[in-house]
Design a protein around this ligand. Structure first.
Ligand code: UDX
Length: 448
């Protein structure tokens, strides 16, 4: 099938590369000429495991091409995916400027029937606006070309996007047109052979499905974080509680890991946007607001714990920080808990000595050179001369450590673990104080 993807960002590149890989003829369009020039050489501007190899392989096979010419893209694909960014406006609602610009460009250049497939995460009702925008351009052109707009939200996790695209639980398509359903079935047939993963619904329901999925997952996280905080006050251990509730299949083990709060490009943005949409239509969104509030508070807890552990005095201290990315296997620091912590530490006059396997360059891009930030090249180098250690991301490389070495190296024997990576007994045996999330007993100092 001939397919065009507008927007060569994270979602567009994964979608384009995966669809080319199963045999479709794909053209990816982006207005950023520099990005396109580099993609044509097989250089991928984002960090996603397996993506660069997939793009290079499919470029060589000729099934994947890149262009900055929208006309070429509109001419090519019967399916026109829109995968451009929808950054939050100042008021938290999704900015549709780029989506509607692509829609108008499709209206401008199309010469035949096209299906416009909305992949960007957009507010409910956007498909209608895309339809209207194309319709207006066609009217100006005095053309009466046929076209359809459908919604096909993505459910990709950073770090596992290719796996999620290829082996995701479901493929949601919002369109009641039989023609669109047939074409979308053909597009996704390679992924849906063993089990029919396509779920067809009306377009507004598909748009809401995306927000509802992310809001539900974010709710699970805020819920377990609230219970973790309660466990601390009650002297219970959240890890045992998590095991106890997760064994009920109605609850399940997924997305109930307590931590220092969710971050990333989706949960914070989507929960806010959905709450805002609810406000606009006069529907209650108490739960969504609470999910958001609990998360904001959770992001500050590492700082509070550290301050408590350091007897209220952080000025002039050097804090080792392991993990900058909002989660492992990505260099993304959008809304990362590490940022809240670093900014709080700097405001308090402390210095940060940070290590992350992937996100150092991103951290440097965000904060530049500053005397109170040192980016270490190695995990253990970040400990040297530091007063205490805080862990913000559960990278594999942090799971197995020599606690004796940490105890010897830190000026104060304190670990604040925002991801509950260790057994409190193991840490304490080395003479370290261990402050984790929701682990009642672990809050008590070793009593030296
Ligand atoms: C998420 C959704 O999973 C994906 O389906 C959607 O398309 C985009 O948003 P992503 O943002 O890449 O994907 O990350 P995810 O792995 O879901 O984690 C999000 C955040 O939640 C991370 O900060 C993570 O640390 C946190 N998290 C996740 C927890 O704190 N506890 C958990 O149990 C799970």
């Amino acid at each position: 099938m001939k397919i065009t993807i507008h927007g060569s960002g994270y979602v567009g590149l994964v979608t384009g590369a995966c669809l080319a890989d199963v045999g479709h003829d794909v053209v990816c369009v982006d207005v950023d000429q520099i990005k396109i020039a580099s993609l044509k050489q097989g250089n991928v501007p984002i960090h996603e495991p397996g993506l660069e190899d997939l793009i290079r392989y499919n470029l060589e096979s000729g099934r994947l091409r890149f262009t900055s010419n929208p006309e070429e893209g509109v001419e090519h694909g019967l399916l026109q995916f829109i995968a451009v960014g929808t950054p939050p406006d100042e008021d938290g609602s999704a900015d549709l400027t780029h989506v509607l610009k692509v829609a108008r460009s499709i209206g401008q250049h199309m010469g035949d029937y096209r299906v416009i497939v909305n992949k960007s995460t957009v507010p409910v009702g956007t498909a209608d606006r895309v339809h209207q925008a194309i319709h207006e351009v066609l009217e100006d052109r005095t053309e009466t070309l046929d076209f359809d707009v459908c919604s096909n939200p993505e459910f990709l996790k950073e770090g596992a996007a290719i796996e999620d695209f290829s082996r995701g639980a479901r493929i949601v398509v919002g369109s009641e047109s039989e023609r669109v359903q047939r074409l979308m079935r053909e597009c996704y047939a390679p992924y849906s052979r063993q089990k029919d993963k396509l779920i067809f619904m009306d377009v507004r329901s598909a748009e809401l499905t995306k927000y509802a999925a992310n809001a539900m997952l974010a709710t699970k996280i805020s819920f377990i974080n609230e219970i973790a905080n309660l466990a601390e006050s009650l002297g219970a251990d959240i890890e045992q509680v998590r095991h106890g509730i997760g064994s009920d299949p109605r609850i399940g083990y997924h997305f109930i890991y307590p931590g220092c709060g969710y971050g990333g490009s989706c949960f914070p943005k989507d929960v806010k946007a959905l709450a805002r949409t609810a406000g606009e239509v006069g529907a209650p969104a108490q739960l969504l607001h609470a999910v958001e509030e609990v998360n904001e508070a959770q992001k500050s807890r590492l700082f509070d714990k550290l301050k408590q552990a350091m007897h209220g005095n952080l000025k002039g201290r050097t804090i080792a920080l392991w993990g900058l990315a909002f989660k492992p296997n990505t260099d993304d620091m959008r809304e990362a808990p590490s940022r809240t912590l670093m900014e709080q530490l700097w405001a308090e006059g402390a210095r940060v000595q940070a290590y992350d396997p992937e996100a150092s360059a991103e951290c440097h891009r965000l904060y530049g050179e500053r005397p109170d930030l040192c980016l270490s090249r190695q995990r253990d180098a970040a400990l040297e001369g530091a007063d205490a250690l805080v862990i913000c991301t559960e990278w594999k490389a942090f799971r197995s450590v020599d606690f004796e070495y940490i105890a010897r190296t830190l000026n104060h024997p304190v670990i604040v673990d925002g991801r509950n990576l260790y057994s409190p007994e193991d840490v304490k045996r080395a003479g370290l104080d261990y402050y984790a999330i929701g682990r009642g007993d672990s809050l008590r100092p070793t009593g030296r």
